[in-house]
Write a protein that binds this ligand. Structure first.
Ligand code: ADP
Ligand code: MG
Length: 283
């Protein structure tokens, strides 16, 4: 699965244009430098994970890459076009989507309405939104196609708030897919769900990406099993800098970087309540 994608991407490296690119990006919050010269380039066909300890700058980077935040310095391009500060709605129309956590924002909508809301925004019919929904066949069909891709068909008419946690996550990811993007950025698509559900969500994600022709998938992810299992590339952030831009096997072989990433993860976990049973010592 991921290795197939990696091979395909690697085979074309150099000859294909970058779909998304950041060059020497800096971002200050007041006096605090949150991104300190970040460069990365994502080629079509790649699943790229951004990892790093809390405060490393992952969310800031995602916000910069999706036009939510205009960086203090540096360049950000999508398909060669300057997208600094463009805003997520305009970027979505250009073909770069992020998940919006619609389920949290509109818990009373049904799964169908959530997907339709996303499809409506893609089609630029945001104005009289609810009035347009029922009547619009294209929107209705789009929502069903995406629901099918994510195995949510049976749940289409359930209020989003009543869905199990794993399905809520899936619905948010599916809503981003309903924008029909060429590239998609997801900030922790599997947070708050069980390991078994995480794998299910990732399988759906990768399969659905192929199904709708999404060219690049960028994830911020904490779960290292997911990171190692599904990434073609892993961008390791530490204190606003790219410590390593590597592959799963490259990261496994790099003790220093791995310790910088995992060491902090272990520290973060220690702040959580201790497990009831004896620790499993995963990895
Ligand atoms: P991550 O997602 O990797 O945990 P963030 O991008 O959220 O990291 O944050 C990077 C650093 O910037 C952190 O030290 C954080 O405290 C700081 N930061 C994030 N957002 C703001 C903000 N709006 N104002 C000031 N500091 C911020
Ligand atoms: Mg974050």
């Amino acid at each position: 699965m991921p290795s197939r994608r990696a091979t395909r991407a690697a085979g074309h490296a150099g000859s294909r244009p970058m779909i998304l690119e950041a060059r020497d990006v800096r971002h200050w919050y007041g006096e605090f430098l949150a991104l300190d010269g970040v460069s990365l380039a994502i080629e079509p066909g790649q699943v790229v994970s951004i990892i790093g300890p809390n405060g490393a700058g992952k969310s800031t980077l995602v916000n910069v890459l999706t036009g939510v935040l205009r960086p203090s310095a540096g360049a950000v391009r999508f398909k060669g076009r300057d997208i600094r500060g463009l805003g997520p709605a305009r970027l979505a129309r250009l073909g770069l989507a992020r998940s919006f956590q619609l389920v949290q924002i509109f818990p009373e909508l049904t799964a169908r309405e959530t997907l339709q809301a996303a499809a409506v925004s893609r089609l630029g019919r945001g104005r009289r939104l609810l009035a347009a929904l029922a009547a619009d066949r294209e929107v209705a069909r789009d929502a069903e196609v995406v629901a099918e891709l994510f195995g949510l068909r049976e749940r289409l008419d359930a209020p989003a708030r009543t869905l199990p946690q794993g399905d809520k996550k899936l619905l948010d990811v599916a809503a981003a897919f309903a924008l029909r993007p060429e590239a998609i950025l997801l900030d922790e698509p599997t947070s708050g769900v069980s390991t078994r559900d995480k794998t299910g969500i990732m399988e759906m994600l990768v399969r659905a990406s192929r199904g709708v022709g999404i060219q690049a998938l960028l994830l911020v992810e904490h779960d290292m099993d997911i990171v190692f299992g599904y990434s073609d590339r892993i961008v390791c952030l530490q204190q606003g800098r790219v410590l390593a831009d590597t592959t799963p096997s490259g990261l496994r072989a790099d003790d220093a970087v791995l310790a910088a990433m995992l060491g902090r993860v272990v520290l973060e976990r220690r702040r959580e309540p201790p497990p009831i049973a004896a620790p499993g010592g995963s990895s």
